[in-house]
Structure formats: C-alpha cells, structure tokens
Design a protein around this ligand. Structure first.
Ligand code: UDP
Ligand code: MG
Length: 137
C-alpha cells in the first residue's frame, strides 16, 4: 500500500470537477484516506512548491494556487503515486494522453486542475504538509 497527496487546484474547484477527480481515483480502485477544503496563502503555496523555487514559473504558480479554495486529499492504494499521476496526465494538457484529467479539463500548463506527488519522497513531505496523522484513515 502506498499513499500520495493529490489536490484539486483552484481552477478545478472553479470548474466544478471536484467530484469528477475523486470519482476517477475511486473508479481506478484507489481509496480516499483523507479529504479537506482550504485556501492557501501565497506563503503556504511557496512552501508547498519549494522544490520549484528556482523555476521561472514559481511566483506565478504560488499566486495561482492561492487564488481560491482547493481540495486536498490523501489517496491510498497499490502504486498510488504513479497511478494517480497516470490518471492526471502530463503537466502540459497539450501533451496529456486522451482520457486523463488534464487532457479533459485543463486549460494550460499552469492551470492544470490537479496535483499529485511525483515520488515517495515528495509524498512524505506533501501529506503531512496538510494532514495530521489523526485525519488520515
Ligand atoms: N507549471 C507551470 N509552468 C511550467 C511547469 C509547471 O506553470 O512550465 C505549474 C503547473 O501548475 C504544474 C506545477 O507548476 O502542475 C508544478 O510543476 P511540476 O513540474 O511539478 O508538474 P506536475 O508534477 O504538477 O505535473
Ligand atoms: Mg510535480
């Protein structure tokens, strides 16, 4: 069993696809082990994406991720990290495989609906960023 952190980003909440994202995870046999809606400050978003702090898109990304509420979730299952990434599709929706969340709903490389941890190391940072142990079931 593996756990990963996924986020319905502000554009996903705005586009009314919270349920659709969760449905796709559940339909794939993954289990929602934690779930919450919240809004990050710019500083929260900078801390969450600190691995990208040298990237040119960092400031814009932190702005975007704090512009409205998000839904954060812990997703659990066998190979949950890579399977969530597959269901999400490539970062750039133009390159995302047909039938993935990003191919179906994302408008551009920044506003791409959903986040998923990219490795066990990332998940180990990202899950406790939002979830205390007593909120993971
Ligand atoms: N992003 C962006 N421009 C880029 C690459 C990424 O705005 O050229 C944003 C996008 O929202 C992406 C996030 O930064 O989801 C984190 O980038 P990463 O490379 O980690 O992509 P992901 O793991 O989300 O597919
Ligand atoms: Mg990433």
């Amino acid at each position: 069993m593996e756990r990963t952190l996924s986020i319905v980003k502000p554009d996903g909440v705005r586009k009314n696809v919270i349920g659709e994202v969760i449905r796709r995870f559940e339909h794939a046999g993954l289990r929602i082990a934690g779930l919450r809606m919240l809004r990050m400050s710019v500083k929260d978003a900078e801390a969450f994406y600190v691995v990208h702090k040298e990237r040119p898109f960092y400031a814009s990304l932190a702005q975007f991720m704090s512009e409205g509420p998000i839904v954060v979730m812990v997703v659990e299952g066998e190979n949950a990290i890579s399977r969530v990434r597959q269901i999400m599709g490539a970062t750039n929706p133009k390159e995302a495989a047909p039938g993935t969340i990003r191919a179906d709903f994302a408008s551009d490389i920044e506003h791409n609906i959903v986040h998923g941890s990219d490795s066990a190391n990332s998940a180990a940072y990202e899950i406790p960023f939002f979830f205390p142990t007593i909120e993971i079931f």
